[in-house]
Design a protein around this ligand. Structure first.
Ligand SMILES: [Zn+2]
Length: 394
């Protein structure tokens, strides 16, 4: 090796060493700034990708980034600021190298019943771990709360026992309080869906163990509602939740324990949009099976007719609600082993007159006098449940 070449190698080796040393110095002596705006963005995105219904203000208020992740309230803050009301990314008030903190609270409105879940994680936790941990903790919390409920009040129609606050009036009268599976029964006269919508939101916002079936009632009302319904909800009380104008955002509790293959990988609950996509991807033939079954029912009912009718009774607008009923009933069946089987209640739980009255008040564009809505629900729900592997005869 020539001297020249030796020198070159020595210089190169020194350069490499030097850059390593500089990199090490950079790493140790200049701590990295962590921006809460970025964490909040990635947090919201991570839960959205996992199929949670998500709301996000898009700006910090009073030093806190807030998010609404299904039934969970998320807060992102940075500890140790000189003005805790300031934007947590403002270097005048915060040391931006201080790791932010994530807090997850459930229920969303803990004022009335307290925090059933309060989980704190470092803001630097990998987001896949955050989503998984929040989901697991939420499922555990709901199971613990649901297992400790005092069922001291009866549904006015089916007599099934629930905590008093879990039964709601579907009419003007507070005396007729119902479980979620009796709301559309033919014995309920003088329905008041606007009032019921607000009451369902109040209950599910405040109680992490509220009956899963209220999601299905929400889905049916929201799917059936006409374009003016949200406006009317607004004028009758607090700002309505987004699921009233976008039923895909309804939070649906999934059955605890083993999930059918179609729902595997989903958390303790999911958005109705995600649920519908998962069910339809796994069972693309559901609509054909529905049509075959309604055709068979019609043939039985119309033996004397000329047999020329091949009407399609599937009401697309209500199909997500039928999926929501099938899954929510399975959830209630597992969560309330001592209760009346929701499957039995669903046998004649959808009555034409009741639906027509509700649709009218919801400004619905659906034709309630046709058989479509009743068939979509009363034939569709057990059919979807069977396809998923639940037993609607249980
Ligand atoms: Zn009932």
């Amino acid at each position: 090796m020539t001297r020249n070449r030796k020198k070159k190698l020595a210089i190169r080796a020194e350069a490499v060493d030097g850059s390593h040393a500089r990199a090490a110095r950079l790493h140790t002596s200049v701590p990295r700034e962590i921006l809460t705006a970025e964490i909040q963005d990635r947090l919201i995105n991570a839960f959205t990708v996992e199929g949670w219904p998500v709301e996000n203000d898009g700006f910090p208020e009073g030093g806190i980034w807030t998010g609404w992740l299904g039934p969970v309230w998320s807060m992102l803050t940075r500890p140790g600021g000189s003005d805790t009301e300031a934007d947590p990314d403002d270097p005048d008030y915060y040391d931006l190298t201080t790791a932010p903190e994530l807090t997850f609270i459930a229920p969303k409105s803990p004022i009335a019943n307290g925090e059933a879940m309060a989980l704190t994680l470092p803001g630097t936790t990998p987001l896949a771990d955050v989503v998984r941990t929040v989901g697991e903790e939420l499922g555990r919390t709901r199971a613990a709360k649901a297992g400790a409920l005092a069922t001291d009040t009866q549904c006015a129609l089916c007599g099934d026992r629930y905590p008093a606050t879990h039964l709601l009036p579907a009419t003007d009268s507070d005396r007729l309080v119902l479980c979620p599976f009796c709301v559309f029964d033919g014995d309920v006269l003088g329905v008041h869906p606007l009032r019921l919508a607000h009451l369902i939101d109040d209950l599910t916002d405040q109680d992490i163990a509220a009956p899963a079936g209220w999601s299905a009632v929400t889905a049916l009302l929201a799917c059936a509602a006409g374009p003016n319904f949200t406006e009317r909800l607004e004028s009758g009380g607090p700002v309505p939740l987004p699921h009233w104008s976008d039923p895909g955002q309804v939070w649906v509790w999934l059955p605890p324990g083993d999930l059918p293959p179609a729902l595997e990988g989903l958390g303790p609950g999911t958005s109705l949009d995600t649920l519908v996509s998962a069910v339809e991807a796994a069972h693309p033939d559901l609509r054909d099976r529905f049509r075959a079954r309604t055709a068979a029912v019609q043939e039985e009912d119309e033996e004397d007719s000329d047999g020329a009718t091949t009407r399609d009774y599937l009401v697309e607008q209500l199909w997500p609600a039928a999926i929501c009923y099938a899954v929510s009933a399975a959830t209630q069946f597992r969560e309330r082993p001592g209760g009346t089987s929701p499957w039995h209640l669903l046998t004649d739980g959808f009555e034409e007159g009741n639906l027509a009255e509700n649709f009218d008040q919801l400004d619905s564009t659906l034709d309630a006098d046709s058989l479509g809505p009743v068939f979509t629900l009363s034939v569709g729900v057990p059919l979807i449940a069977e396809a998923l592997g639940f037993d609607p005869d249980a």
